[in-house]
Design a protein around this ligand. Structure first.
Ligand SMILES: Cc1ncc(COP(=O)(O)O)c(C=O)c1O
Length: 373
C-alpha cells in the first residue's frame, strides 16, 4: 500500500504518468482479486467494504429489475445487518416484499426452505456463505440451484465477507450471480471491499458521479486500500489450506477444554460445517455483556454477537433464529487468526473457564456455602 500513499499518489482517472501508475495499480489489483475468486476482472466492482457491496447487490438488483421481474426479496434470518436492515427498510417503505427464511437449530439454512420461499415475482435471493456470529457455512450452491429451478430469472447473491481466506470460494462452482467480499476480514485495510457480479448481471449504481468502476460505483478509487486488499486476499488464500487445519485444531482444543471446565456451556452450531477460525460459545444463565467485560479485563478479547451490534444492547438475531433465548443464554464469539498460538489458546481457555465460573457463581455455588453474616 505504501507506494500508493507516498510515491504513486495520482488519481487513476488522470491521463498523466502518475495517474496511469495509479490506474495500473487498480487494474492489477482487480486481476489479482479475480484470480483469487475465480472470476473475470471485469466482473468485480471495488467498494468501500462489505456493507456497500451488500447494499449495491440488493438495492442495485431491485432497482434495475424490480419493475420487470417483481419486487420480492428472499433473505435468510441469519444474514448480516448490511443485508437484513437494507431489506427491512425496503419492505417498510413499500419498495419490496420480503420473505425472511429461518435457520435450523444448528445455524444452517435449509436450501429447500429458501427455494420454497421463491415466487414468480422474486427478483433476488440472498444467502450468506458463512455466518459471522456462529460460523455456520451455508449450502449456497444447492440453494441457488433450487431457487433457480423455482424461478429461472431469480438472481442469487451471497455475502462471502466472512468466508474469504477461511473456506474455498470458487465462483464457478458456487454458481451465484453476485458475491460480496471485504478486505478487513482477510488482513487487508478497513474501508475496502468488492462486489462480484456475473458478467451480464445488470445493476443500478447506488453512487452516481464520475462513472468510475464502469459506471457501477462512482468516486475516485481508494488506490492504496484496493492494492492492499488484493495483496491481502492473495496472501491469505495462499496460506488458507494450512491455516484452516491449524486454526480448526486450536479452536476444537479450546472448545473441548472449555466444555470440560466450565459449567452450563455449549458450542453454537457445533454440528454444522463451520469456519475454522470461529468459536461461538453459549453460556446458559450468564449475561453476555458481563462476560465480555470480564474477559476483556482478563485480556481475552471476545465479542457477543456481531462486532457491529455488540455495542448496542440488542440481542443477537442469529441466536434468536437458532431458537436460543438471549435473555437466558450468553453468546461469546472468539476469532482465531494466523498468529494465534497454542499457548494463547490454552491460556484463553483457562481464563474463559474462570470468567464463566465467576459469572455463574450465584448459581453454581449456592448462597449457603458463603459465610453467614
Ligand atoms: C457477514 C458480513 N457481512 C458484511 C459485513 C460488513 O462488512 P464491512 O465491515 O466491510 O462493511 C460484515 C462485517 O463484519 C460481515 O461479517
Amino acid at each position: 500500500m505504501l507506494p500508493f500513499l507516498v510515491e504513486h499518489w495520482g488519481n487513476p482517472s488522470s491521463p498523466h504518468g502518475r495517474g496511469r501508475n495509479a490506474r495500473s495499480a487498480v487494474d492489477g489489483a482487480r486481476d489479482r482479486l479475480a484470480t483469487v475468486l475465480g472470476c473475470m476482472p471485469r466482473e468485480l466492482t471495488f467498494t468501500s467494504g462489505g456493507t456497500e457491496a451488500d447494499n449495491l447487490a440488493v438495492r442495485g438488483v431491485l432497482q434495475r429489475w424490480g419493475a420487470e421481474r417483481g419486487r420480492h426479496l428472499v433473505v435468510s434470518a441469519i444474514e448480516h445487518e448490511a443485508v437484513l436492515t437494507t431489506v427491512a427498510q425496503l419492505g417498510e417503505r413499500g419498495e419490496a416484499g420480503v420473505t425472511v427464511v429461518p435457520c435450523e437449530a444448528d445455524g444452517c439454512v435449509d436450501p429447500e426452505r429458501i427455494a420454497a420461499a421463491v415466487r414468480d415475482d422474486t427478483v433476488l435471493v440472498s444467502l450468506m456463505l458463512a455466518n459471522n456470529e456462529v460460523g455456520a457455512v451455508q449450502d449456497v450452491h444447492v440453494a441457488a440451484g433450487l431457487a433457480r429451478a423455482r424461478n429461472p430469472r431469480v438472481l442469487v447473491h451471497s455475502d462471502a465477507v466472512q468466508a474469504l481466506g477461511k473456506v474455498p470460494i470458487d465462483l464457478a462452482a458456487l454458481d451465484v450471480d453476485l458475491l460480496s467480499v471485504s478486505a478487513h476480514k482477510c488482513y487487508g485495510p478497513k474501508g475496502s471491499g468488492a462486489l462480484y457480479a456475473r458478467w451480464g448481471t445488470h445493476l443500478t449504481a447506488q453512487l452516481d458521479g464520475g462513472g468510475q468502476e464502469r459506471g457501477r460505483r462512482s468516486g475516485t478509487e481508494n488506490v492504496a486500500a484496493i492494492a492492499g486488499f488484493a495483496c491481502a486476499a492473495e496472501l491469505v488464500e495462499r496460506e488458507r489450506p494450512e491455516q484452516a487445519v491449524r486454526q480448526a485444531a486450536l479452536r476444537d482444543g479450546l472448545e473441548t477444554a472449555v466444555l470440560e471446565g466450565a459449567p452450563h456451556t455449549r458450542v453454537a452450531a457445533r454440528s454444522a460445517v463451520r469456519l475454522p477460525n470461529l468459536s461461538a460459545l453459549l453460556v446458559d444463565g450468564a449475561s453476555a455483556d458481563s462476560l465480555v467485560a470480564a474477559l476483556d479485563v482478563a485480556g481475552v478479547e471476545v465479542s457477543s454477537g456481531s462486532a457491529c451490534s455488540s455495542g448496542a444492547a440488542q440481542p443477537s438475531h442469529v441466536m434468536v433464529a437458532m431458537g436460543e433465548d438471549p435473555r437466558a443464554t450468553a453468546l461469546i464469539r472468539l476469532s482465531l487468526g494466523r498468529d494465534t498460538s497454542a499457548d494463547e489458546m490454552r491460556e484463553a481457555a483457562e481464563r474463559i473457564i474462570t470468567a464463566v465460573g465467576v459469572a455463574l457463581a450465584p448459581r453454581s455455588a449456592p448462597a449457603a456455602t458463603f459465610p453467614r453474616r
